[in-house]
Design a protein around this ligand. Sequence first.
Ligand code: SAM
Length: 213
Amino acid sequence: MKGLRDDVYRRPLATALERLGLGPGWRCVDVGAGGGDVAVALAEVVGREGRVYAVDSDPLARDVVAAAAAEFSQVLAITQAAEDLTLPEPVDLAFCRFLLLHVLDPVPVLARMAGAVRPGGWVVAQEPITSAGRVDGAPLSMPDARHPDIGALLPALVRDAGLEVVDAWAEAPAGAGPGPVADYLASLTEMDPGDDPIVLPPLVTVLGRRPLA
Ligand SMILES: C[S@@+](CC[C@H](N)C(=O)[O-])C[C@H]1O[C@@H](n2cnc3c(N)ncnc32)[C@H](O)[C@@H]1O
């Protein structure tokens, strides 16, 4: 599983980081860090002068992130619920991907992320519209997620958390036949798409900014 999501969803992540102008020395938090794909991607850009807090409520994630980010001393893994997000310092960027679809109430989590960044800092969320994904033309579903289509609401949720919405867009990996897109779908749903055409759930990215005053 490691690297797979990063592989197929690498492009939306790269687009977001480029649009932000993420650079050396930035302080960041990856909330709901999971296997640490995003935290490692952030660490590669911010370098040793920067810092990346990788926060996840699952204590097992801490070891997984620590292993994934072993070569990056700037990554600090913390076991904490997003709803209680508290960091030792204000950060320039609070990021989450595939997190808000799982939490009970997404707006307080976004508000907590907004509170973690310095005034003028960034909150970036990337969340799916699961039912807009297709296999052979049929919609995908994710019964285990609390809010599988939260991406469709994301710009308004970011605004409701008190942030300025600077930019928002959607991107979806697609393919047909064997390859990383089919492998990812199989890992997500345990279905074998065979040669069917696939559009994975589009990921909506919202770039929010904490007001200066
Ligand atoms: C689908 S994974 C996404 C991992 C990673 N963000 C990525 O995109 O590869 C969701 C992660 O969010 C974590 N999570 C779920 N609810 C959470 C909460 N309330 N607070 C913190 N982490 C949470 C889970 O433990 C899991 O590691």
